[in-house]
Ligand binder design. Structure first.
Ligand code: FES
Length: 149
C-alpha cells in the first residue's frame, strides 16, 4: 500500500472528522459489515435538501473508519441528490489506494449506511455477496492485520 495514502488513512482513523452523533438527527442510519461485525452509524441534519450537519460513529478497522471520516467531510453542505449520486468508485477513489475485494466491504460500509439513510441506490450488494463465507471473512481479517489498516 502506498505509504502516503496509508498515512492519510491512518490520520483519518486516529483523528476522525465529524465523529460523534447528533442529538436529534433528521436522518439516522446504521449497519454492520457482515464479514467482521464492525459497525458504522451516520446522523444527518438536512435543510432544503442540503446537508447542514453530519456525524458518524462506529467501530472497525482503519479503512472502514477512515472512509467514513472522509465521506462525512466530502458530503458537508452537499445536496441529497449529490449524495444519492455518489458511487462505490467515488469512495474507493477518495481512499486513493488499491483495495482488494474482501476489504472493499470495509471501505464501502459508510456509503452503504449513508444510502440506506437517504434512500440512495447503493445497497452494498456486490457480485460476490454469495461468497460471504468464513474464507472471505478470514481473508479480510488477514489483510487488515498484515497491512495495519
Ligand atoms: Fe471490519 Fe474492516 S470493517 S475488518
Amino acid at each position: 500500500m502506498d505509504d502516503l495514502y496509508r498515512q492519510y488513512i491512518l490520520d483519518h482513523y486516529r483523528e476522525p472528522r465529524n465523529h460523534g452523533s447528533l442529538e436529534q438527527p433528521d436522518i439516522h442510519a446504521a449497519d454492520t459489515n457482515p464479514l467482521c461485525g464492525d459497525r458504522i452509524a451516520i446522523d444527518l441534519n438536512v435543510r432544503d435538501g442540503r446537508v447542514t450537519e453530519v456525524r458518524f460513529n462506529g467501530r472497525g478497522c482503519a479503512i472502514s473508519q477512515a472512509s467514513a471520516s472522509m465521506l462525512t467531510e466530502k458530503i458537508e453542505d452537499a445536496t441529497l441528490d449529490e449524495l444519492r449520486a455518489l458511487t462505490p468508485q467515488d469512495v474507493l477513489d477518495m481512499l486513493g489506494v488499491e483495495i482488494g475485494p474482501a476489504r472493499q466491504r470495509c471501505a464501502l460500509l459508510s456509503l452503504r449506511v449513508l444510502h440506506q439513510g437517504i434512500g440512495g441506490p447503493y445497497t452494498g450488494r456486490m457480485d460476490d455477496d454469495d461468497d460471504l463465507d468464513d474464507e472471505a471473512a478470514a481473508q479480510a481479517l488477514k489483510e487488515r492485520d498484515s497491512s495495519g489498516v
